[in-house]
Ligand binder design. Structure first.
Ligand code: AHR
Length: 561
């Protein structure tokens, strides 16, 4: 990847990054030679800034979008979700039971289904997480459910009333696809193979008959199969070699028999991948990809997972999810931008062994991870979700889009009531978070074709943290319409954007923006609309788009030509 950084006449930073796929990038972390440049540029930038820009004045940013150079498809699966048996993620968040007073369809809450349908969730990863490596699917089928414990997450009881059929019903109700993770840590290949046969066979086997007797004669579709979870840690503390020996057995024997998934729409098998950028993780990626390069007919994988949370001050997460200031806002966003280098680092290893990019990188756990809300069960990972999280989500989605040749799936952690949730519930109440609205704004980017954008980002600085003032991506949707997303990271100053468009002549444009009174503004059950998208005016003049971004905002623009 070629990274060009130079100061412009206005003292701002020019970020223009193009690789063979025409993708841009932002982060320069862990590149020592560039860091020096960056410091110098920061000083120059600050001098120019103090001379020319009074506090609160709009900054100008020029974007250049080249619609004539389409890149890779932005796989809709980068907008995937993760629902683990953890705290109130599944129980109460999705499942209330059919005798609940909370409106539901076969036990699944109606308000949550309506909200999720509206954002076209492409896939849901379930049942974990760490939970997956202790999950035994037979406990969650039939009329007599086995009550078990959930030692990973608070040691609470899992009634197993939400099992395979309930998950598949949920997926069906929201119009999504199943990403099922099998238990490698404490299960057996036979247990996992039986589960897949139970879910997917159309042949009259004993397991098929059992599924039919439990209410579902037709085979289920399983789009993704997770081969364990964090097997280097909570999934069994395995070495790469030990994991490989196990994983090969699972990919061989855990089969999908659904007749509709044999030639087309085959189930994609996702191996456990790295959990960071340190040597331990690069060695893990090396080991799996090297083995993949030499794989024989009897085993195969289609994806490698990557887990990376934004934890600003290291483990355990100590930053508050609400009631924080600008310093914590800037620090969290700085940390989250490391996702770009992390993906680049592991993609480079994957390129060595898989230059045609057959194996996808699936970032199937990511998001902001903060201190548990005071008074909550620390094992339930409860946190609020603020405008900072909306910006964090947009920055990460943009990074995934720029790497769309390799990153073909991602699952934010987690869907409801856990970590960076899209939805919060409390008994019969439900509220949509700022992160939810980002997913809504990004709907046109699902399966759209990436289009390169270059821009003068400028700097937003807070203390010793310097961040690009803006981020942006563009894409053509499946109907050929051009969409542009621009994030203004600066929480204090608006940005005047002038976007030059090559390859199309804009007739008109409309936009929606998501901003908030404060960096830590949240939606609550009592005030659910503090952070919600609103229309923004965009002028299409002289072949350009002109608009003004509010501070700390995420904006999506559609262009009529
Ligand atoms: O998302 C919470 C936990 O984080 C998951 O269970 C685990 O895979 C990761 O460590």
């Amino acid at each position: 990847m070629l990274l060009i950084m130079k100061s412009s006449h206005s003292g701002s930073l020019r970020i223009s990054s193009v690789n063979v796929y025409g993708k841009g990038t932002l982060s320069t972390a862990r590149r020592p030679s560039l860091r020096v440049n960056r410091s110098l540029l920061l000083i120059v930038s600050l001098m120019a800034f103090s001379l020319t820009a009074p506090y609160g004045a709009a900054q100008k940013v020029a974007l250049s979008v080249d619609a004539s150079k389409p890149g890779s498809k932005i796989d809709r699966n980068i907008f995937g979700q993760f629902a683990e048996h953890l705290g109130h993620g599944v129980y109460e968040g999705i499942w209330v039971g059919s005798d609940s007073k909370i409106p539901n369809t076969r036990g699944i809450r109606t308000d949550v289904v309506t909200a999720l349908k509206a954002i076209k969730v492409p896939n849901v990863r379930w049942p974990g997480g760490c939970f997956a490596d202790e999950y035994h699917w037979r406990n969650g089928i039939g009329s007599q459910r086995v009550v078990t414990l959930n030692p990973n997450w608070g040691g609470v009881i899992d009634p197993n009333t939400f099992g395979t059929h309930e998950f598949m019903d949920f997926i069906d109700q929201i119009g999504s696809q199943a990403y099922v993770s099998v238990n490698i840590g404490s299960g057996t290949p036979k247990e996992a193979a039986d589960w897949l046969e139970y879910m997917t066979t159309a042949q009259p086997t004993t397991l098929e008959k059992e599924r039919a007797a439990n209410g579902h004669p037709a085979p289920y579709t399983v789009a993704y199969l997770g081969l364990g979870n964090e097997s280097w840690d909570c999934g069994g503390n395995m070495t790469p070699d030990y994991y490989l020996s196990q994983m090969k057995i699972y990919t061989r024997f855990v089969r999908n028999f659904n007749p509709a998934q044999q030639d087309k729409q085959q189930m994609l098998k996702i191996a456990v991948g790295p959990g960071g950028g340190e040597p331990r993780w690069t060695e893990w990626t090396e080991a799996i990809m090297k083995a993949y390069q030499q794989h024989t007919w009897s085993w195969d994988i289609n994806g490698l997972s990557l887990h990376s949370y934004t934890v600003a001050h290291g483990w355990p997460p100590s930053y508050a999810s609400v009631g924080f200031g600008e310093a914590e806002y800037a620090q969290v966003l700085k940390t989250t931008l490391d996702m770009n280098d992390l993906i680049a680092r592991h993609s480079a290893i994957m390129d060595k062994y898989d230059p045609t990019k057959k194996v996808a990188l699936i970032v199937d756990e990511w998001g902001g991870w903060y201190a548990p809300l005071p008074g909550s069960n620390p094992g339930f990972l409860v946190q609020q979700n603020s405008q900072r999280d909306a910006i964090l989500a947009a920055l990460n989605l943009n990074i995934f889009a720029r790497h769309s040749d390799r990153v073909r799936g991602a699952n934010i952690a987690q869907m409801i009531n856990v970590l960076q949730a899209l939805i919060l519930t409390d008994k019969e109440k439900m509220v949509l978070t700022p992160t939810y609205y980002v997913y809504k704004l990004y709907l046109p980017f699902q399966d759209a074709t990436f289009v390169p954008v270059t821009f003068e980002a400028g700097w937003y600085t807070q203390g010793d943290v310097a961040l690009p003032r803006v981020d942006a991506i563009a894409a053509k949707d499946t109907n050929g319409k051009l969409w542009l997303e621009i994030t203004n990271l600066d929480p204090n100053q608006p940005v005047e954007v002038e976007a030059g468009l090559a390859g199309i002549t804009p007739k008109s444009a409309t936009g929606e923006t998501l901003t908030a009174p404060r960096v830590d503004s949240v939606n609550t059950f009592d005030a659910p609309n503090t952070v919600a998208p609103k229309p923004i005016s965009v002028k299409a003049q002289g072949g350009k788009l002109v608009l003004k971004l509010e501070p700390k905002s995420v904006t999506v623009v559609s262009v009529e030509q």
